[in-house]
Design a protein around this ligand. Structure first.
Ligand SMILES: [Zn+2]
Length: 354
């Protein structure tokens, strides 16, 4: 009797141990657009550009590793809707130093400092300082180092430190572990954790612009950012980036900023041609995705937003665009994969049977 009780206890322990380290738990990758607004204007409560990439398996809700790519306006609000606490972000990656991609970081770091000062620092991964031919320098490391300055100057940080001495003395910037890299013409690994590898390549938009690829056992996703072609205007083979095309080879998902051809200088919107030409247009993104064998194209940072009569001060020729207007531009390219015209919080989970 004793022996058989021992045997069944041992068997139960064995099965418990097996399920705790269930080798058959299928890995998953979840890609969510945390904001889809293109450029500095506001429209209808859309958040600024950003993409949340989560990797894990069903035992952790696909959230063992959480990476945020760009942090436009309102990123924190979207993360709260995804039930991702800022204290649980492993790393933040920046494509470039334009406010529509960066201005949500202060909100994220201040909140993390407030409640998670004792927790791990968050890796902030971005380009080395990049000198513009116009004489100024684009600096991610300075942006992050000064992220809490106005709150320090106002006295708020001193006030909150006096209330809770466990908070970090230097304010929210003390929580950042800045990891800069030199974006080159070939993809190079810039961040790794377990099965998750992030590589980056230098691409054109403004100096220091980089595009990223995340590879995991559940799939891969490329975040192109605002990349455009190396040639600043036509004649050129495409408005898209050759570096992003290289990075996207065989990718499951490509997330890319998009401008609709209706904003082109031939259509009289008045939109400044140099700004139009430094973005990738929807038709050319379809063609790139076809050539690179991308399975899912997620258009984001839509210029103009769906339903908007204007992009900032510029009227949309022919009136507001809708989902079909963007899909038509992509279809024209011959791309036959899945196209998602981005709205805030739209999510793709891989593998697709999840
Ligand atoms: Zn942008």
């Amino acid at each position: 009797m004793k022996l058989s009780m021992f045997t069944s206890f041992a068997a139960a322990s064995f099965w418990l141990a097996l399920s705790a380290t269930d080798v058959s738990a299928e890995p998953c990758l979840k890609v969510t657009l945390t904001g889809t607004q293109g450029g500095p204007p506001l429209f209808n409560g859309q958040a600024g550009a950003g993409t949340l990439v989560q990797y894990g398996d069903e035992t952790n809700g696909c959230g063992a590793v959480r990476l945020q790519f760009d942090t436009g306006r309102g990123t924190n609000m979207r993360l709260s809707q995804m039930k991702v606490p800022v204290g649980k972000l492993d790393a933040v990656f920046f494509s470039h130093m334009h406010s529509d991609h960066t201005e949500g970081l202060g909100d994220i770091l201040q909140l993390r400092w407030h409640f998670n000062s004792g927790g791990p620092k968050v890796d902030i991964v971005c380009s080395d300082d990049a000198k513009s031919p116009l004489g100024h320098t684009l600096s991610c490391s300075r942006f992050v180092a000064h992220i809490g300055d106005s709150l320090i100057r106002s006295g708020e940080i001193a006030q909150r430190l006096a209330e809770n001495k466990k908070r970090l003395a230097g304010g929210p910037a003390d929580l950042a572990n800045v990891m800069t890299f030199s974006p080159g013409g070939e993809a190079a690994t810039v961040w790794e954790k377990g099965d998750v590898k992030v590589s980056a390549i230098g691409s054109h938009h403004i100096p220091g612009h980089a595009s990223y690829r995340v590879d995991t056992p559940a799939g891969s996703v490329v975040i192109g950012g605002d990349a455009g072609n190396d040639s600043p205007k036509p004649p050129r083979p495409s408005s898209t980036s050759e570096q992003v095309e290289k990075l996207s080879e065989g990718a499951d998902v490509l997330v890319h900023s998009t401008i609709h051809p209706v904003m082109g200088p031939d259509k009289d919107s008045g939109f400044p041609p140099p700004i139009y030409f430094r973005q990738s247009n929807a038709a050319d993104l379809g063609a790139l995705s076809k050539r690179a064998g991308v399975k899912n194209l997620m258009l984001t940072h839509l210029i103009p937003p769906m339903g908007a009569a204007k992009q900032g001060p510029y009227p949309i020729p022919g009136g507001a665009l809708d989902e079909a207007s963007y899909k038509a531009a992509v279809t024209e390219s011959g791309y036959e994969g899945n196209t998602i015209v981005g709205t805030d919080l739209v999510t793709i989970t891989l593998p697709s049977n999840q």
